[in-house]
Design a protein around this ligand. Structure first.
Ligand code: 13P
Ligand code: SF4
Length: 362
C-alpha cells in the first residue's frame, strides 16, 4: 500500500483526540433482517422499480437490508451519497444523492445532515470530509481505494514542481488529501478543461491520470503535462479495436466513453463525458442501442430509467467500488464506522484546492 493511502486513514489530530464517531453518536442495535411476508409486501413497489437489474433470487437478501438502512438513516439524521458506479440496489434503493464526483462534492458541501455515509471510494469520502470538517463522514469500507489515487504521493507532486518550476498543478479529484494539499486546484472529469483553462497559464500539470491529461490536452490550447505512471486500472483496459468490433456486431450502436479511457478509445467513441455526462447523454439522445465504456454498474443503473434503450455491456468492474455493499452500509449506520479523519494541517490546503474548483463551477 502506498504512503498516500496510509495518509488517508491518519487520525484527525494526535494531540487533541476527539471521541470517535461511535462514542459521539452511540451504537444502535442491529435490526432484524428477516424477509417476512409483510416485508415482502411492503417492499414490492421498490422491487418493481429495479426488477430488470436485480434478479428475484437476490431480492429476499437485499430487501431487509434496504428497509433497515432507510429506517436507520432517519433515526441517525444521516444521508447516503452514492456514486454512479454503485450497484443498483444501493443506487436506486438507499441513496439520497447520486452522481459523479463533482456532483457528490457539491452535495457534500451543501449537506446539512450530521452524518454523511459515502457509498463510493475513499477519495470521495475524504472530499466530503474536507468540505464538512465538523460532520461525521463514514465510509463502509476504508479499503475501497482507487488505482489513480494510489499512483501518486505528495512527494511525487513536490518532485514535479521542482522539475517544472512555476507550472501550476491541477489534481484530479481521484487523489488523497495529502496530494490535494500540494496542488493548486482540483478538477473532476466533468470540468477538467475548464479548470485547466481557468489558470491562464501556457502549460499546466494535470495529475495523476495520464489519459485524462492527454484527453484534456486534445481539447485545449494549453499544454497539459501528464504524470506518466497514473492510470485507472478499469478504463485503461478498453481498446479502440474492441469498440470497432462491437460496432460491426451491432449496426447503429452508439458508443459513449469516460475520459479516463485512452485517447484512441475516445476518438472511436461518439461522446465522452463524466459518469453523469454519460447518463445525461443517454437521457437526452435516447439511442436505440448504446454501449457505455466504463464501469459495469453504470449500464444497470441507467437501464432502470431508460427501459427503451438496449445496453451492450462490455464493461469492466472496479474492484474498489464493489467493496461497498448493503451489509457494510448498514454496519456503518449501526456502529458508526469507518470514520474518515484528516490531519488538519493537510486538510486546510487540500480543502482550498477543492473549494477553488467548486467556486469556479458554482
Ligand atoms: P466521475 O467523476 O466521472 O464520476 O468519475 C469518477 C471515477 O472514479 C471514474 O472512474
Ligand atoms: Fe479509481 Fe478507476 Fe475505480 Fe474510478 S474506476 S474509482 S478511477 S480505479
Amino acid at each position: 500500500m502506498t504512503d498516500s493511502f496510509q495518509t488517508q486513514v491518519t487520525p484527525d489530530n494526535a494531540q487533541t483526540p476527539r471521541p470517535d464517531a461511535a462514542a459521539r453518536h452511540g451504537v444502535m442495535a442491529m435490526p432484524q433482517l428477516d424477509y417476512t411476508p409483510e416485508l415482502a409486501k411492503e417492499m414490492e413497489p421498490l422491487y418493481e422499480r429495479v426488477k430488470t437489474v436485480v434478479p428475484p433470487v437476490e431480492w429476499p437478501f437485499f430487501a431487509p437490508y434496504i428497509k433497515a438502512i432507510n429506517n436507520l438513516k432517519k433515526q441517525r439524521g444521516a444521508v447516503i451519497l452514492a456514486h454512479n458506479y454503485m450497484t443498483p440496489e444501493i443506487f436506486h434503493c438507499v441513496a439520497d444523492f447520486k452522481g459523479d464526483s463533482l456532483q457528490l462534492a457539491r452535495e457534500a458541501a451543501r449537506s446539512d445532515a450530521d452524518i454523511i455515509v459515502q457509498a463510493g471510494v475513499h477519495f470521495m469520502a475524504e472530499t466530503a470530509k474536507l468540505l464538512n470538517p465538523d460532520k461525521t463522514v463514514l465510509i463502509p469500507d476504508s479499503k475501497a481505494g482507487c488505482s489513480l489515487a494510489e499512483s501518486i504521493t505528495a512527494q511525487d507532486v513536490r518532485d514535479l514542481r521542482r522539475k517544472y518550476p512555476g507550472v501550476p498543478v491541477v489534481t484530479y479529484v481521484n487523489t488523497s488529501a495529502e496530494v490535494k494539499a500540494e496542488c493548486d486546484i482540483c478538477c473532476t472529469s466533468s470540468n477538467a478543461v475548464q479548470v485547466v483553462e481557468s489558470l491562464n497559464a501556457p502549460r499546466v500539470l494535470l495529475v495523476p491520470d495520464r489519459f485524462l491529461a492527454a484527453n484534456v490536452n486534445n481539447q485545449t490550447d494549453v499544454e497539459v503535462i501528464p504524470y506518466e505512471p497514473g492510470r485507472c486500472e478499469v478504463h485503461e483496459r478498453f481498446t479502440a479495436g474492441e469498440l470497432d468490433d462491437y460496432r460491426e456486431m451491432h449496426p447503429g450502436l452508439k458508443i459513449i466513453a469516460h475520459p479516463e479511457c485512452t485517447p484512441e478509445v475516445l476518438k472511436a467513441a461518439d461522446f465522452a463525458g463524466s459518469t453523469s455526462g454519460m447518463i445525461n447523454w443517454v437521457q437526452d439522445n435516447h439511442p436505440a442501442k448504446v454501449m457505455m465504456v466504463t464501469e459495469c454498474s453504470m449500464s444497470d443503473n441507467v437501464a432502470v430509467e431508460n427501459p427503451d434503450v438496449e445496453f451492450i455491456r462490455p464493461c469492466n468492474l472496479c474492484p474498489y467500488m464493489k467493496m461497498i455493499n448493503l451489509k457494510n452500509i448498514l454496519d456503518s449506520l449501526v456502529y458508526m464506522k469507518e470514520e474518515v479523519t484528516i490531519d488538519p494541517v493537510i486538510a486546510a490546503p487540500a480543502r482550498e484546492a477543492v473549494e477553488r474548483m467548486i467556486r469556479l463551477n458554482g
